[in-house]
Design a protein around this ligand. Sequence first.
Ligand code: SAH
Length: 497
Amino acid sequence: MTEKTVKTGKPGKKQNITKAANDRMHRERDGADRRTDKKTGGKFDGQMNEKMNNRPVRANNTTAWKKAEGRRMDPEGKAGTGSRPDRKPDGRPGQKRDEFVCSSDRKRKENFGTGSKKQGLFCPADKKCGGCRYLRISYEEQLKLKREQVAKLLKPYCKVSPVVGMEQPLHYRNKVHAVFDRTRDGKIISGIYQEGTHKVIPVDNCLIENEKADAIIRDIRGMLKSFKIKTYDEDTGYGLLRHVLVRVGHKTGQIMVVLVLGSPILPSKNNFVRALRELHPEITTIIINVNNRQTSMVLGDKESVIYGKGYIEDELCGYTFRISSKSFYQVNSVQTELLYRKAVELAGLTGKERVIDAYCGIGTIGIVTSSQAGEVISVELNKDAVRDAVRNAARNGIKNVSFYQNDAGDFLTGMAEDGEKADVVFMDPPRQGSSEEFLSSVIALAPKRIVYISCNPESLARDLKYLTAHGYRAQGAWPYDMFPFTEEIETVCCLSR
Ligand code: SAH
């Protein structure tokens, strides 16, 4: 396996995904979308999930990972036959990067309080949104609380380092979603669902969302009347515009706008594109996504690109990644870079190892690691993300990464049953953590190290219990604040035999 390939678990024959894998996909969350999820009272689900339902993506046999080689995807994404920043240390001599994060660096003091527990940030949607539960707590205190939370859960297994926080913890979200509605007196509003309801709370500026994205959403709202575009009514199915999703490339500045419509036709489409781009020439692609179902999921299956390439690119750790509308991409690019660098460091690679990147999304961790590994085997369930991953490897000239579209548990079971081994396993599962099937297969593959990236310390603790009961020892845990002002926390944990 020395070239970029995509292998599904399914050469030829169609087969539905197992109930277990399907359930797992339905529980899928990333920490950031959980915030959205909270806002919608658990209504917002991983957007690709329903779609995945219909796709034969896995094999039912134990050699799925090998048999799949018959079905390749070339770097153009066609199936052969048949989906941290330049953070400046505060300069204290002798201090390692991870050690100063809880200190009150000057910038943070100026902007977010002086270590007193309260701070003065105000958001009009605060209580109704439910996203920023730590809004009234100083940033230092937030980091302290998050560390305590992780330390409490991981206490039986390892030490937990101070949380790596942000110097500028506002407006970090590179993905912004707004739902559109109309008030009783006919005024068009855009914003978020009130927590636990389907009532829309207007939001003009969100403290944690990218500001350009918010401006684009406001301007789209302002254009609707003159274009005679009605907002969609979830109860009656009448109207057109349901949601707007904006994704911003942190380093590249490229911007994707997804207009989620109740039916496929956008009146005066070309004029709309022209008018929007006049206001925001920085928009690089505009997509119509059709979601005409009675569902609380944001994105539907059908898409058409009405401007640009249909995806954006961004840079992480010196590599370029393309991101399409339905692929997972970490919402806080600044912290992601730091997190990935730590994950690669913890893997302790020498250039020879056989590495697995499980739950690889658009291929980021495997690609960032590839220059320090012998070979990387990456597995991911979402077809769109795998397609992005294949192109990302090609785009970055990487030849030692293979991609498999499959359920990670089934895939690793196949490898384990074939007696395969691995030197290092990176795993970055969704919120619910990994399955026992996956974990037992990791143990059979007997890697020297497991680098576990988690957006949910509770499922991390549960999985650590299993791994440590089967011969692995947790070396330590390093939390990264990917979601300032929310209760969420990302942690990387390293285990060895
Ligand atoms: N490592 C990537 C993605 C992490 S998010 C990154 O850092 O960007 C978790 C990923 O797991 C998502 O891309 C999701 O589509 C995928 N996923 C969810 N359930 C899965 C399963 N059962 N098997 C394989 N991948 C799965």
